[in-house]
Design a protein around this ligand. Structure first.
Ligand code: GTP
Ligand code: MG
Length: 195
């Protein structure tokens, strides 16, 4: 667990609203409904810290959580939500670009991919943006409990192949289930040991 309390700090809608860059920071990106908020809840052991819901697109702000005294966990707005108004999407894309390109203390982006679906075109966009921003990213496969164990290796191999062309990709892939707890301790250790 993280040394010290875990708390929601603030929701940010513009670069000026970012908290002081004085901690190790990791962010969680992924399609709407992929399980970002659920993963943050599982990582922190706080069931309803980050709101998890069935309503896609609900997390509309860059949500900052303090994890212990040394880390920020950052829940990014979900992308690929078809019903979001064009103007709203454009505003988020601008903010996302500024954030990924300009946040000095951002150590790694965890890009969540639904294990049932793999990497889609809409995911490729953010992976390319991460390459360009030179933000190291690590793929986290979510909802592993929805995939037969016999299919895991094949899916991991497909994802690994799709990552070949990405210069900012970290080689490790973490398989998780926020529901069952798979991979949560592994991911927590990866984050907690970043200093
Ligand atoms: P946005 O904030 O809209 O971008 O979504 P999100 O990525 O934060 O997804 P969220 O955590 O709200 O989860 C979306 C839905 O998937 C919820 O109904 C969760 O209960 C479900 N879910 C999340 N993680 C898992 C998991 O590991 N296994 C299963 N079976 N369901 C999950
Ligand atoms: Mg969310």
């Amino acid at each position: 667990m993280f040394a010290g309390p875990v708390d929601f700090l603030k929701g940010v809608v513009a670069m000026e609203g970012l908290p002081p860059a004085d901690r190790v920071e990791v962010c969680f990106a992924g399609r709407s409904n992929v399980g970002k908020s659920s993963l943050i809840n599982a990582l922190t052991g706080r069931k309803s810290l980050a709101r998890a819901s069935n309503t896609p697109g609900r997390t509309q702000e860059i949500n900052y959580f303090t994890a212990g005294d040394s880390h920020y966990l950052v829940d990014l707005p979900g992308y690929g939500y078809a019903e979001a108004p064009v103007a709203v999407v454009a505003k988020w894309q601008r903010l996302l670009k500024s954030y990924l390109g300009g946040r000095q203390t951002l150590r790694r982006a965890f890009v969540l991919i639904d294990m049932r679906h793999g990497i889609k075109a809409v995911d490729e966009e953010i992976l390319t943006l991460l390459d360009r921003s030179a933000v190291t990213f690590e793929v986290v496969l979510t909802k592993a409990d929805k995939v037969k164990a016999a299919d895991h290796d094949k899916i991991i191999a497909q994802v690994r192949a799709a990552l070949q062309k990405h210069t900012a990709a970290y080689p490790e892939i973490v398989v998780t289930s926020s529901e069952k707890g798979d991979g949560i301790e592994t991911l927590r250790a990866i984050i907690a040991t970043m200093a």
